[in-house]
Design a protein around this ligand. Sequence first.
Ligand code: ATP
Ligand code: MG
Length: 805
Amino acid sequence: ESVAPSPLLAGLNAEQGAAVTLPAEHALILAGAGSGKTRVLTTRIAWLLQTGQVTPGGVLAVTFTNKAAKEMMTRLSAMLPINVRGMWIGTFHGLCNRFLRAHHKLANLPQTFQILDTQDQLSAIKRLCKQFNIDDERYPPKQLQYFISGCKEDGQRPMDVVARDEETRKKVELYALYEEQCQREGVVDFGELMLRSYEVLRDNDPVREHYQRRFKHILIDEFQDTNRLQYAWIKMFSTPPLEGLTPSGNAVFAVGDDDQSIYAFRGARVGNMADFVREFRVKHQIKLEQNYRSVSNILDSANQLISHNSNRLGKNLRTDAGAGEPVRVFEATSDFAEAQWIVDEMKQLAREDVPKSEMAVLYRSNAQSRVVETALFNAGMPYRVYGGLRFFERAEIKHALAYLRLLENANDDTSFLRVVNFPPRGIGARSIEQLQDVARSSGCSLHDAVSAVTGRAGAAIGGFVAKLDVLRERSVGMTLSEIIELVLDHSGLIEHYRAEREGQDRVENLEELVSAAKSFVGIEGFGRDAVARTVDGSPLTQSPASQGIDPTLPVLDEPLAPDADTGETMSPLAAFLTHAALESGDNQAQAGQDAVQLMTVHAAKGLEFDCVFITGMEEGLFPHENSMSDRDGLEEERRLMYVAITRARKRLYLSHSQTRMLHGQTRYNLKSRFFEELPESCLKWLTPQQPAWNPSAAGAGGGWQGNRGGYGTRGAGAPAVLQPAWSPGWASGSDPKGLGGKSNPEPDRGTDIKAGMKVFHNKFGEGKVLALEGAGAEARAQVNFSRHGVKWLALSVAKLTPVDD
Ligand code: ATP
Ligand code: MG
């Protein structure tokens, strides 16, 4: 039953309507997947605006991805003819960027500061470690990166970290040096965007009070995945009553689902929900229990799976959608066969008129996408990969961007090092070290140190710097796309890739960069009021829609606004570089083309598709081997699986493969334990379930499932429960019942292998047992071999002998 009278509320159920129309007080909407949380949040913004309770400038809305932010703006502009100019809707990072540009002086940053993405950050850390002769076996740069990001996510500067041991002290020291380096170069990483803007708010009462007065309504989607610092950042905009200060009188509206918290590895704290309720004395808590997304076979699967987790806040979800198709499960012999099966199913769906954009392939790890991409490519199916190697992350694009960044900021040492000898111009590592020495001892940037380097090295590097200086001069007065063309021609990049045998793709990508610059616009306003302009200043007379410009392109009006004191504005180039660093460029398929969607489960959060394929449902992959040895890790994997399942509206497909090439190694994986946690009545097995290992059925080749042949031939005499696509050789054994059944629950590990034990394997050598699981024929051990890394071994096959310490 719907709540009248605003037409915005039509079609909402009673709880949703109540949530949308809550008074201007703090509220938490806690509800499961697909129950309309995001829809409620968006509708609330529209309702607040429509009823005149707030102006567009008074809204601060945080979403989790750029895609979600764009979708929210599009939906809002469809509901109301409003001007989104001045509306702060975006990701935490996007909003912090905007904030820091506006307050760069207080933040002690150049207005044109550049953003280091995760890769840039790692190379900056590597550079630092090299400079200070840090033993990278003892302090691997990746670990340092993790440490630094972790500190920032907890709001800790080097001096705040309590170091109890020598190792931590060293890391803190490097953290401090890394900060100095970033400050000198005028660059900030993602964590710094958050922390720096938090500190500006914390330390400047007038600024904080200004924003507290301005943002009457603060709305946060996916609240379960906020980390400590993000929560503290929100508190800067709205003082909670418990902090002992005068409450600022604005309303925080948080929506979330504890079962979808999947970023613990990046510091997300589900506990923020409970803290929020307590600290803000939240009066309104609403649960939404009706799921509008999925048919019940899918929803029941999700519900049953997640019921295996402990410490849940407890929510129910029901649907009126009917059972729908069963969840289809497929076992492939190899990852190639799995990909081929996906493509075949997709072709069938396409014949049933499912748009390709409603078909999604989800995977646990990025590396899995390549095989699927190849199969799609061979089948001529357009596809689009979200996350993974995005356009702006490709090597050739990053090279071009490095030149552009150096035009904007000569002191950007990361960019300097990336291209000082690329394309190769005979500058050796020794010369660069010499330059770095000079820069370090005189405390200046590499660019400024050049004149002090003598000899041949000095001349070669000097040539590079002179070239940059000429380009910078020539670029004055040029439009953005002209600057990019200039750099592509004169840096030698295009020439270099043209000469490469496989460089054509890269040349095309570089050319695509010019197109990206041409279509890069700042948009002011939406709907009827929309006015678009190109970043290089030439006004467009028509509305963006009639110009064929996507109205969801990034809104960059504010960063382009002049500095209030000096009138300084951010150059179009700087704005474009910011866009490149923040934007997850969508590329492969042309914009507007109907394409299959590929992404990791993490990237799929909040999205929905008619048909979803979850691939690689194997032990070690999903659940992932890094997280399956302890309960917390495993529960997070299970939430991830819950997120994956609940993306599907009508059809869900799960697949696993007997063998898989990953990181250059063939792996023999067992099917995921998550299959055991799904309701059998909702599943349809397209291939027989993996049989339990049965010694009596074992022929010469052994009974182990990994050894059996492929399928494809129709097994005429297969038992009725089995689908026919199976190799006849296998089922002819003695125990057809065992094929569908669960394994013998009695533990039978042959030896008494225990976790923590040192063992010897005659191929892999010595290792330590990390974890054990399963029973009987399915018993397996996870072993970390000192020479061969972590492996899962079936105990019924592998001979492990305990060794004494
Ligand atoms: P997630 O937890 O995955 O982020 P969510 O709770 O944010 O999900 P939404 O994405 O807002 O859910 O909604 C799920 C789907 O249900 C959307 O397609 C939405 O349009 C639809 N929906 C929500 N409420 C209703 C309703 N009252 N009537 C019809 N459809 C609805
Ligand atoms: Mg949502």
